[in-house]
Every structure is written in structure tokens, then in C-alpha cells.
Design a binder for this molecule. Structure first.
Ligand code: NAP
Length: 298
């Protein structure tokens, strides 16, 4: 199949690799061209503009930072929609609010195309291995047509309803994880004076009812950061976590809810960003917060 992937950041590049490994013809476009160019060595065709990518692709996958990035990539004179997308299907995978996905679907349909959304749980390695958790929204016939690709991307995917349902589901699913990172930092503050070996400490937390899966998948990185030595790649950075938390709070507020815990977690992450840590990996959050708390004495 001819697959176009617009947005080859960390996740988009991993998805492109997965599509290549499955034997698809893959075209890529990225705002910063060098990131897409790296995929040429693996067999992808690099396109100069999103519209060029759309023209030659049957299915267009987008994996972008936020609503502004979606607008830049789909709209405008060289955007994905510029030449019309008749008979093509977009799979929009970014983590954004439901209203962004619904508005985009209307623009795609107006240009003759179809769209489903599939924001995901799981990070770079699961994306490369086709082991993501997909939270799908869209019309049943469009989702069904995309079943083989969704099966190739995800270890499990759930169709939750029409467009927007995927975004709502993704924001909800991510929320406890975001709050966990902050609460874990506060928990670590309570035991740091005990001088427990970091691997042993993370392993102990992971073996409890309060220990989420992330302590198993990223436990090694977490223990390394605790020991002051995490030097691995950034898989999900603090500024992206802030973006997700902001979307969760805004979504709650738009529904008439107050989101006290989520708002507080966002304020805590904002403080880390002000400390210049916005581009650091998520495992930095609990370690820095444990230190901040003990350094300030409260
Ligand atoms: N990383 C994870 O573990 C993870 C897991 C699940 C979901 N997600 C979600 O996946 C999406 C991508 O995340 P990522 O980690 O791959 O981020 P990333 O590495 O920062 O990549 C972001 C992509 O968006 C593009 N972009 C940003 N602003 C743009 C704009 N104004 N116009 C055009 N393109 C723009 C970037 O282009 P440039 O290269 O030019 O900046 C890049 O291709 C986000 O919605 C994130 O929340 C991430």
C-alpha cells in the first residue's frame, strides 16, 4: 500500500519504520526536512510538501505535536488537503482535544476524503514494533477499512465511537499516568533519606498495587535517573507532558468540570519547565520533584 506519513518526529519516524518493515511503500514529510531525510536511508521517499505526499498516498498518517501543527500540515496552499483527498483516508494519531479532530474531519470530508483518529498509548519502541495501544474514533466503515493498518500499528486497538471519541479516550487514559509521575516524586521524597539502592526502590514500587505499568516498561531508566545516570534517549519529554495536561484541563473545563488534581500536576510540570527541563525525559519528573521538595523543606 502507498502510505504517506506527515510528521516524522520521534513517534512518526518509528511508525514510518514499522510501515516499511511491513512492506508498504512509505512517503514522508516533515517540517524540519533533515528528520524525514534520515528515513530515506531506510527506504522511505521524502516529499517536499504535504500536498505532494498526499497526492501519491492512499492512506495518510499524521503524528504531530498539537492543533497548530495539524493546521499547518493539513491546510494552506501546500497542505495535505490542497490538492483534494478524494478516495484517500487520513489516520490522525496526534494527542489533541476532540474538537480539533472533529473540525479536521469536517475539512477532510469537504475535500472528498475520509478520516479516522487513532491517538496511541505507548512510546517509541512499541511504535517501531507495532505494539501501540490505539484509541480509535471514526465512522465504522472507515475504521473497518483501516483494520489491517491498525492491526499493524497496534497490539490492541479499541474503537470507542465517532471522531472525537478517540481523543477523549486518549486524554482520559493518559491522565492517571501524568498525575502518577508527580505523585511518585512526592513518594520518593519520603524515602530518600533511607539511601535505598535505586533499582531496589523502583522494583519495590513496581511490585505494589499503586505501581503502574510504566514502572515496568521504564523502570530501568527510572532507576538510572534516580542514581543520577540516565543517559538514554528522550522518549516523551516534559513539555509534551505539559501539552497533554493542558489539553486534559481544558477539556474538563469545557465540559463544565473542575480538574483540581490535573491542574495541580500541570502547575508542578510548569515549574520544571521554568527550571529549563522542558526537553528532558519524563523519568526526570519524579527525581527532580523529590529533590525540589527536600531542598526547599516543604
Ligand atoms: N513520544 C511519545 O512517547 C508519545 C506517545 C504517545 C503519543 N504521543 C503524541 O504523539 C505526537 C508526536 O509526539 P512526538 O513525541 O513524536 O513529538 P516530536 O518528536 O516532538 O514530533 C513532533 C512532530 O510534530 C511536528 N510539528 C510540530 N509543530 C509543527 C508545526 N507547527 N507545523 C508542522 N509540524 C509541526 C514536528 O516537526 P519538526 O520536526 O519540524 O519539529 C514533528 O514532526 C504528540 O501529539 C504526542 O503527544 C507521543
Amino acid at each position: 500500500m502507498d502510505i504517506g506519513i506527515a510528521g516524522t518526529g520521534r513517534m512518526g519516524a518509528a511508525i514510518a519504520q514499522r510501515m516499511l518493515n511491513l512492506g508498504h511503500r512509505v512517503r514522508v514529510w516533515n517540517r524540519t526536512r533533515e528528520k524525514a531525510a534520515a528515513l530515506a536511508q531506510e527506504g522511505a521517499i521524502v516529499c517536499e510538501t504535504p500536498s505532494r505526499l498526499a497526492r501519491d498516498s492512499e492512506v495518510i498518517i499524521t503524528m504531530l505535536t498539537d492543533a497548530a501543527a495539524i493546521e499547518r500540515t493539513y491546510d494552506g496552499p501546500d497542505g495535505l488537503l490542497a490538492a483534494g483527498v478524494h478516495g484517500k483516508t487520513s489516520i490522525e494519531m496526534s494527542t489533541v482535544r476532540p474538537e480539533t479532530q472533529r473540525a479536521l474531519e469536517a475539512r477532510v470530508r469537504a475535500r472528498g476524503g475520509a478520516m479516522i483518529e487513532c491517538p496511541v498509548g505507548g512510546t517509541v519502541a512499541p511504535a517501531r514494533d507495532g505494539k501501540l495501544l490505539g484509541i480509535v474514533g471514526g465512522a465504522a466503515e472507515d475504521v473497518e477499512r483501516m483494520r489491517p493498518l491498525l492491526d499493524g500499528l497496534c497490539r490492541r486497538w479499541e474503537h470507542l465511537g465517532p471522531i472525537g471519541a478517540g481523543a477523549s479516550g486518549k486524554l482520559a487514559i493518559n491522565l492517571p499516568l501524568m498525575v502518577f509521575w508527580q505523585s511518585f516524586g512526592e513518594a520518593l521524597a519520603l524515602v530518600q533519606h533511607l539511601g535505598i539502592d535505586s533499582e531496589r526502590l523502583v522494583d519495590l514500587f513496581a511490585d505494589t498495587s499503586g505501581g503502574p505499568n510504566v514502572l515496568k516498561s521504564r523502570g530501568k531508566a527510572m532507576a538510572e535517573e534516580l542514581a543520577g545516570a540516565y543517559a538514554g534517549p528522550v522518549t516523551f519529554d516534559i513539555d509534551s507532558m505539559r501539552k497533554d495536561l493542558r489539553a486534559m484541563v481544558d477539556e474538563g473545563v469545557s465540559l463544565g468540570y473542575s480538574m483540581p488534581m490535573t491542574s495541580q500536576a500541570l502547575a508542578c510540570f510548569d515549574a520544571l519547565s521554568r527550571d529549563g527541563l522542558g526537553d528532558k525525559d519524563s523519568v526526570v519528573v519524579p527525581v527532580r520533584w523529590a529533590r525540589r521538595i527536600s531542598d526547599s523543606g516543604h
